[in-house]
Unconditional design. Sequence first.
Length: 145
Amino acid sequence: MNVPAKSEYGLQALMHLAEHGAQGLIPAREIAASGGIPVKYLEQILKHLGDGGLVEGHVGAGGGYRLTRPARFITAGEAIRLLDERLGLGETGGPGSRKSVLPGDALGQLWARVEEGIQAVVDVVTIADLCAWRREARETARTAS
């Protein structure tokens, strides 16, 4: 599955803010460095997330970003929709694309159901869940070595 970089980076930024929120405002350059994200691109992403009400930013000395509500109340789907407008596989462009689902169009129906499944998952997975999964993966990697 192709995940747009904007969505991937946005989720990484939200996880970083959730994990470091106790520190107060987090500078964009720190968030960018943690995920290998170009700072200018991250600033555009953070603006979209801010316009959507997920983060707030403050400029100037001591400025930075923070979540507007606890990570357990922000879903991955909410963030992805703010950043990418379409959620799921994207358009296939062929006769079975979601743009042209007709009665009896088996492939179009398949892709529509796959899209519904993706939405069902990302709409229940929260940023807090993603942070917990990352902690578990790091712990597993640490104990395996």
